[in-house]
Write a protein that binds this ligand. Sequence first.
Ligand SMILES: C[S@@+](CC[C@H](N)C(=O)[O-])C[C@H]1O[C@@H](n2cnc3c(N)ncnc32)[C@H](O)[C@@H]1O
Length: 329
Amino acid sequence: MNVLLAEVAQAAQRLADAGVPSPRFDAEELAAYVHGVKRGELHSVADSEFDARYWEAVARREAREPLQHITGRAFFRYLELQVGPGVFVPRPETESVVGWAIDAVRAMDVAEPLIVDLCTGSGAIALALAQEVPRSRVHAVELSEKALEWARKNIEGSKVQLEHGDALAAFPELNGQVDLVISNPPYIPLTEWEYVQPEARDHDPELALFSGEDGLDTIRGIERTAHRAAAAGRRRRDRARGLAGGPGSVDLQGGRRLGRRRRPPRPEQPAPLHDCPQGDAMMSVAGAGPGVRGSSPGRRQHDCPQGDAMMARVNCTHGAAAAHSLEVS
Ligand SMILES: C[S@@+](CC[C@H](N)C(=O)[O-])C[C@H]1O[C@@H](n2cnc3c(N)ncnc32)[C@H](O)[C@@H]1O
């Protein structure tokens, strides 16, 4: 074993003792970052090249500073994002939300889908959708000026249109035109503060985490934004006026929808979406957990027993949807 791998093993033990949830991974990631190699190349670092700054990085992680703040980068789907103090570190759980959103947009079969990311933070969701949904037009909004600075860095050179502002009042010019609204907003009840993991509580911005007594303040507002932005509302009005698309043209819930179809209609498929039988705040946990999952008895947030895609509904009973499909019927 070379020196670096031996140090990594020791560091992993120290991180485990400090309660870091993924000690081995973090120890390796820090070693790779300090030595400028990929994790899979750690064995190739010569003993003479061992860099003692590794132990400084390990000490910071031991003090529960987020790994991504130490390395300055976060990986999200196919992206490498710049992150640091002042911006929420994108979570792996949110990658699934983006996956569901991509499926929802594909099912809509719209030529140039118009997508809005509310509360964009580092820009992770907006950028991933811009990258992975061909011909999409993606708009993003963020309230925090500090977070916006990070988003600007990440979004530079992409096709995402970034705005500074309140998601609750955002994009009036897009009313009735948006095919998909997606959001990973703040959603932790203020009363849950003590249960949040130190990486999130002490390093993610408060505005990114907490949202009123029950955690749902921002979500309630976002739902209103989603309803006014939704193209489905326009389509419904057009249907009422007899302007709807041709036969066989259906939305996610089986309602008829307007044109912009590129491929021949497919047979209607049952939507993989469902209302959550357990009530409120499903998405708060499923969307992107900043470390509160299952941490507090009696909390209203929960994992949905029916699995995925819960959140892709505007008309869910709890008004909490991280990836609202706006094909409402
Ligand atoms: C949980 S973070 C998620 C960031 C990013 N969407 C992600 O998934 O990585 C929530 C973000 O919402 C922003 N935010 C909170 N309230 C907002 C509002 N009313 N309008 C716009 N952004 C808001 C916060 O500053 C923070 O960046």
